[in-house]
Design a binder for this molecule. Structure first.
Ligand SMILES: Cc1cc2nc3c(=O)[nH]c(=O)nc-3n(C[C@H](O)[C@H](O)[C@H](O)COP(=O)(O)O)c2cc1C
Length: 172
């Protein structure tokens, strides 16, 4: 493969999007109001101390508000939460009709998600047009009955288990 000097954003998006991810909702109470956004850049970082990261666009007006919250909730969206995901990334009322609850410290956690992390901002590292947001994890929970939503090539998908013989098996 030969590397070319100018990499177009559209092509980068296409190739970066070939890597499948889950989708999270990063959210907190600001005053009495839930504020948040959908983020597929979630990654686990460290077990000891427990840390995770998300990458947030430098232009994000939501992050400008969220970053001052004492606690930040990260909810791993379930496979049925595609609409919630679109809503959480849109310009309308992001939490309208969504079931959520605040943690003691003010993290906002979505009902019906696959997993939940109650975090605090540890570090913000500038990285090009994004910031790498390092979060210290203070509490976690997961519902093994809820399969996660998958985001790949700009589309939402669902997981399937592949049997040892390569056939697609029922989920178990
Ligand atoms: C599936 C999906 C994944 C997203 N992942 C990210 C992400 O990892 N980082 C990010 O900054 N924005 C991400 N976004 C965009 C945000 O959800 C949201 O649209 C953006 O923050 C809007 O800008 P605002 O913060 O100024 O309101 C994603 C959107 C979708 C639909």
């Amino acid at each position: 493969m030969t590397m070319r000097p100018a990499l177009e954003p559209a092509e980068l998006r296409r190739v970066f999007g070939a890597f499948p991810t889950g989708v999270t909702a990063v959210a907190a109470l600001v005053g009495e109001v839930p504020v948040g956004l959908a983020a597929s850049s979630f990654t686990s970082v460290s077990l000891d101390p427990p840390m995770v990261s998300v990458c947030i666009a430098r232009t994000s007006s939501t992050w400008r508000v969220l970053r001052s919250a004492r606690r930040l909730g990260v909810s791993v969206l379930g496979e049925h939460q595609e609409r919630a995901c679109r809503q959480l990334s849109g310009t309308g009322s992001r939490f309208a009709g969504l079931e959520w609850q605040p943690s003691e410290g003010g993290a906002v956690l979505l009902g019906g998600a696959s997993a939940w992390l109650d975090c605090a901002l540890e570090q913000e590292i500038p990285a090009g047009d994004h910031h790498i947001i390092l979060l210290r994890v203070h509490d976690v929970d997961a519902d093994p009955e809820v399969a996660p939503l998958v985001f790949h090539a700009s589309r939402f998908r669902q997981l399937q288990i592949v049997a040892p013989d390569g056939a697609r098996a029922d989920r178990g």
